[in-house]
Design a protein. Structure first.
Length: 388
């Protein structure tokens, strides 16, 4: 498995502070136990599994179908990293909205402080995974949340989420670095390709440039950027000014929804960057969904190399060995009262049980107990505070 997808309804609201503090402590304790028992790579593998991630968020106190589970669970893990430091075994960068744009700098900062190998490669993986799901895969979901998780030995995973305002749904994309061999050709291994290959203009505008059957189109896009930019722009202008060239009515690209002057500038800048392949082209600053769509259309017409309209996502499995991840909401309840209000007494008792087990397991290991000392101080600060 390299990349998987989960579908969720969009929800408003946020986790109250009293619950988020508990989420942070429990998320940190669970991560420490998994890292102690199985190593950092196993924690990354689990975060990259949509089923496990959803169950984890439910156990932390989120309602099973809430889109907010993604951002808050990732946020709790990031806060836990501030408490435990490098002893947690994994590092967390990025977040929601504007915070996601700080991900490369956060990766470099944490890598520098903790002697993490291959920081440049980690930054590249973060940027390209975001570009793939926002520009190379145009499925109607706009990426607004990006978290990058990595270990000291350079292993990584990504959890990012997109929003579709029209159908009020969210789609979560999971990446696991150890399985990625090619960022732009089927990075979502394990998803089924059951649809026939058809041209993307016939399928409500879905464009999947990372489909295996789109290889020739990807090559054509990179080849076009290497040609005379003025000739490419003239051809693009001719196509967008003759929408009756294509059937049916309502084709996905017209002069009304393509900013030709802006795309012309981007094509010229891309030409000057001399991209050798589609992956390099995708990494050129400014190359986004509109540019990729335009080049893909030209590549199809000029080289008879269709892209793909195949949606790369298939519904995530709701069960694993007979259990639904919704069942994990029954561990502590859900913040909105589903299946019942959060049981704070049980939640706090379980945190104490887990951290107590960690302390006993780490007795005599001075380096490992440093993180638990910080957690103990955090716990003492909370003691005496009445439950709200």
């Amino acid at each position: 498995m390299q990349r998987r997808v989960a579908h969720l309804p969009l929800h408003n609201g946020k986790a109250p502070r009293w619950l988020f503090d508990r989420m942070t402590r429990l998320a940190g304790a669970v991560t420490l136990i998994i890292v102690d028992e199985y190593g950092p790579r196993e924690m990354l593998r689990r975060l990259a599994d949509p089923w496990w991630f959803q169950a984890f968020g439910c156990a932390l106190g989120f309602d099973w179908h809430s889109s907010g589970l993604t951002t808050v669970t990732c946020g709790a893990l990031k806060e836990a990293g501030k408490i435990f430091g490098s002893e947690m075994g994994i590092f967390v960068a990025g977040g929601k909205g504007g915070v996601s744009r700080k991900t490369p700098q956060e990766i470099e900062d944490q890598a520098g402080r903790n002697a993490v190998s291959g920081a440049d490669g980690l930054v590249h993986a973060s940027r390209l995974s975001a570009k793939v799901d926002s520009a190379a895969v145009q499925d109607g979901y706009q990426i607004y949340h990006h978290n990058f998780f990595f270990s000291r030995d350079g292993c990584w995973c990504v959890v990012q989420q997109g929003m579709n305002a029209e159908n009020r749904r969210a789609r979560r994309y999971h990446w696991l670095g150890e399985g990625v061999r090619d960022f732009v050709c089927e990075p979502h291994a394990g998803l089924h390709d059951t649809a026939a290959t058809v041209r993307f203009k016939e399928n409500r505008g879905i464009l999947n440039m990372v489909a295996r059957e789109a290889a020739a189109n990807r090559s054509g896009c990179a080849g076009l950027v290497g040609q005379d930019p003025d000739a490419v722009i003239r051809e693009l202008r001719r196509i967008t000014q003759t929408p009756d060239l294509f059937a049916p009515e309502g084709h996905w690209i017209t002069p009304d929804n393509v900013n030709l002057p802006r795309i012309a500038g981007i094509i010229r800048r891309a030409h000057e960057a001399h991209p050798e392949d589609f992956e390099t082209l995708l990494g050129v600053p400014g190359v986004g969904p509109a540019t990729i769509r335009s080049l893909s259309l030209l590549a199809e017409l000029i080289f008879d190399a269709p892209a793909s309209c195949r949606d790369p996502a298939t519904p995530s499995s709701r069960t694993k060995e007979g259990r639904s991840w919704a069942d994990y909401s029954y561990a502590h309840g859900g913040k909105d009262g589903t299946p019942f209000p959060v049981d704070r007494e049980t939640y706090d008792r379980n945190i104490r049980i887990l951290t107590g087990a960690l302390r006993r397991a780490r007795t005599g290991d001075r380096e490992k107990t440093e993180a638990l000392k910080r957690l103990a101080r955090f716990e003492r600060e909370k003691e005496g505070t009445p439950l709200q």
